[in-house]
Design a binder for this molecule. Structure first.
Ligand code: 7RM
Length: 645
């Protein structure tokens, strides 16, 4: 829990914000909860519909049935492009692209993007893709990725994007799960120091075991010579050159599938999260406008990769539906050096920056000299997503990057939720470092106890959502029963998030982490995130991950894996310091039983700590580590096992 007083939005920020009084937020929130049909009908009017819906919403969580804007007809590409061009805004910038190489950047106006998307849609069509067909996209962060997505939506094809760092095996499994007909990729990719990520080679390896793939469309990014199989493989530039520049849009039903995105569950194979058309676009555009307080002309940069949901909703669909200027970056935060993010902010005069705590920690570890080299005065608003942010990291972001001028929106959501559910509204909500604060319009979070009782007031328990919102996933592709079992069975009548949360006396939500990470130490419920936050506030500590292990007396003991800042060595006094900090910030019951220092934590390529592996190591089951292929650096594990306490 934060010890500092809440941070009120700066007066000059609040003055120009879309929503800037508590009364206004309250009024809108209440109407969204009390009269959801009226509220969402009004919000949906912001989009273009070929045909209005007959009914706003119908759902039954027990059956996993969710429908929004029933009978409505619209098209995502039309809403993101044509609509703006037809309104006379074709010359306005849509997409800014910054290459991995600092000398490379590009920009597309709305007209230019529309013309590329139409050509690409024709390429898909002439290669046999029809409405409802699945198209797998396996690319790095290049403009053609966004163009391909929008082209799919134009003709009603369903995209399934596989993050560009996944192996060919993962790619194969995802293609096969949804029987994709086409695979779109690039010759090879550049990302940080990596200059030849073998995208087409991986695509070929995967496709060899994917009977559904009829065509592979390859963008030439690096010029690397790749194998082109005749009859199957086609080049993007050749097809685009030959394609007609006009492609009419398909009128889609609001509930027609828009995309599939695979996400890992706690067990088993990845789930194909399915999102549909109308509700998703209404919700992502609305949240993008209000959470980031987007105003015309603002330069908006979400640093996520489009291979994850954050990139889908908040690089491409939400921003483009709002006619925003959205930036896409091909590289990594530390290439060619730790100043790159700040150099990009200065170069493009970025106003809104949305990134992840893991990136903040990585940059913070290198000290303040990097951000100090650059002019960050264009920044007006900062955002975070993906995991709870520690107070020290929040403070660094606020002071060193935002110069205490920029509100920070800590946005809680999931692949499954499609859009941001718990977040401050930057012109209104006083923030508390580490809290995602309050629900967005139409979102009714509840805290449940073990038996599924709703807890009132300040409380801690399971985070569930009591009513449907428009961008909630509709099914697990090909396995509706798994959808029901995973999200609606544990607490009937609610959507269960899989997260634990605490609500404080002001009604603010504090995400404590996945519930499989909640520890029970001598009957005390302790969030691993809480202990990690405390350890992280010890001098010299860069990052910590905490898991449980079986303990004879306490039931569960606390095992902490700790990484020190670059150049800081851990010794016995560090252990004492950590124990003292934990005791002081949480209580003696949260003191780690074991502390293992490690040069690095095992992380997925999206930066999430793989606790499953740490738990096995902590439990001593080092022969049961399971699949470690999704780790960014599998080598980390050997060291962890060797140094086990
Ligand atoms: C957007 C995204 C979802 C899980 C979720 C949480 C954790 C995400 C926050 C957060 C604390 C946040 N989708 N999470 N945002 N925890 N504060 N602001 O990350 O599907 O990849 O992950 O991430 O545990 O359940 S995701």
């Amino acid at each position: 829990m934060s010890s500092v007083a809440p941070f009120k939005p700066a007066a000059n920020f609040a003055k120009k914000a879309h929503i800037n009084t508590q009364a206004e937020y309250q009024k809108l929130y209440e109407s969204s909860i009390n009269e959801p049909e009226n509220f969402w009908a009004e919000m949906a009017e912001e989009l273009h519909w070929f045909k209005k819906w007959d009914k706003v919403v119908e759902y039954d969580f027990r059956k996993g049935e969710i429908k929004w804007f029933i009978g409505g007809k619209l098209n995502v590409s039309y809403n993101c492009l044509d609509r703006h061009v037809l309104a006379g805004n074709g010359n306005k910038t849509a997409l800014l692209w910054e290459g991995n190489d600092p000398a490379e950047s590009k920009s597309y106006s709305y007209s230019e993007l529309l013309s590329e998307v139409q050509k690409c849609a024709n390429v898909l069509k002439s290669n046999g893709i029809k409405k409802g067909d699945r198209v797998c996209i396996y690319m790095q962060m290049i403009p053609e990725l966004a163009i391909a997505m929008l082209a799919c939506t134009r003709i009603g094809a369903v995209h399934s994007i596989v993050f560009g760092a996944f192996s060919s095996d993962s790619l194969r499994d995802r293609i096969n799960d949804s029987a994709c007909k086409m695979l779109i990729t690039q010759d090879s990719g550049v990302r940080g120091v990596k200059q030849d990520i073998p995208m087409k080679v991986n695509a070929d390896t995967a496709a060899a075991e994917c009977p559904s793939i009829e065509k592979i469309l390859t963008v030439r990014r690096t010029g690397l010579e790749v194998n082109m199989k005749s009859g199957r493989d086609i080049y993007w530039h050749e097809e685009m050159d030959a394609a007609d520049a006009e492609c009419p849009v398909e009128e889609m039903d609001a509930e027609d599938p828009l995309y599939i995105l695979y996400t890992s569950g706690s067990t088993g194979k990845p789930k194909g999260v399915l999102h549909t058309t109308g509700g998703y676009l209404v919700y992502t555009s609305l949240t993008h406008k209000y959470v980031f307080d987007y105003h015309e002309g603002d330069i908006y940069w979400c640093t996520a990769d489009i291979g994850w949901v954050t990139g889908h909703s908040y690089i491409v669909y939400g921003p483009l539906a709002n006619r925003a200027i959205t930036m896409m970056y091909e590289g990594v935060p530390n290439y060619p050096d730790y100043g790159r993010f700040w150099k990009i902010v200065e170069k493009h005069k970025v106003n809104i920056l949305y990134t992840a705590p893991t990136a903040i920690r990585a940059l913070m570890k290198e000290g303040t000299s990097w951000p100090e080299k650059y002019d960050l005065s264009s920044l007006q608003l900062l955002g975070t997503v993906g995991e709870p942010i520690k107070e020290a990291d929040w403070t660094w972001y606020n002071e060193v990057i935002g110069k205490k001028r920029c509100p920070i929106v800590d946005t809680w959501w999931q692949t499954e939720t499609g859009g941001i559910l718990i977040t401050p509204l930057p012109g209104v909500t006083a923030t508390k470092p580490g809290s995602a604060t309050i629900p967005f319009f139409g979102v009714l979070p509840v805290i449940l106890d073990e038996q599924g009782n709703e807890l009132e007031g300040a409380a801690q328990g399971y985070l569930a959502i009591k009513a449907a919102w428009p961008s909630l996933m509709r099914t697990v592709y090909g396995d509706h029963d798994r959808f029901i079992q995973t999200y609606f069975a544990r607490f009937p009548g609610y959507y269960f998030t899989g997260d634990g949360a605490r609500r404080d006396e002001d009604g603010y939500y504090w995400i404590t982490g996945r519930v499989d990470d909640v520890l029970n130490i001598s009957g005390h419920r302790i969030g691993t995130a809480e202990v990690e936050g405390a350890i992280g506030r010890t001098d010299g500590v860069a990052e910590a991950a905490v898991v449980g292990f079986p303990h004879d007396i306490k039931g569960q003991g606390i095992y902490a894996f700790v990484t020190m800042m670059t150049g800081v060595d851990a010794d016995d006094t560090t252990i004492t310091a950590i124990e003292n900090t934990v005791r002081k910030l949480i209580g003696p019951h949260a003191k780690p039983d074991k502390i293992q220092f490690t040069p690095a934590l095992p992380k997925t390529r999206s930066g999430k700590i793989m606790r499953r592996i740490l738990r096995k190591i902590a439990e001593g089951n080092v022969d049961q580590l399971g699949d470690i292929s999704t780790l960014a650096d599998p080598g980390v594990v050997t060291n962890l096992v060797d140094q086990r306490q």
